[in-house]
Design a protein around this ligand. Sequence first.
Ligand code: H2B
Length: 100
Amino acid sequence: MSEILSETARKTVLAPLFESGWKMTEGRDALEKTFVFKDFPEAFAFMTRAALWAEKWDHHPDWSNSYKRVSVQLATHDVGGISALDAKLARKMDSLVDSD
Ligand SMILES: C[C@H](O)[C@H](O)[C@H]1CNC2=NC(N)=NC(=O)C2=N1
């Protein structure tokens, strides 16, 4: 069972994510980032790759797609906030983009 990230853990775990463009969502304990791709196939390919990790880890993003933009929010519904799993999925999403 995941746990909400402690204040101490947030300082170390979230700092690198903020550096790579993740932000805290307003009014919700969640991480968010909008990825912008070259075109729709690139955006959808990213979603497909991320979806496979999400399913493997049984941890799923709240996200939407509009043309070449993918807007992502990550939170752990079971605990009502950010857990280590959200940081892990955020890092994975970043790595999927970097490896293009
Ligand atoms: C039953 C299943 O394991 C849970 O509902 C999982 C599925 N995916 C999930 N995804 C996210 N983001 N948060 C959860 O709490 C969560 N719970």
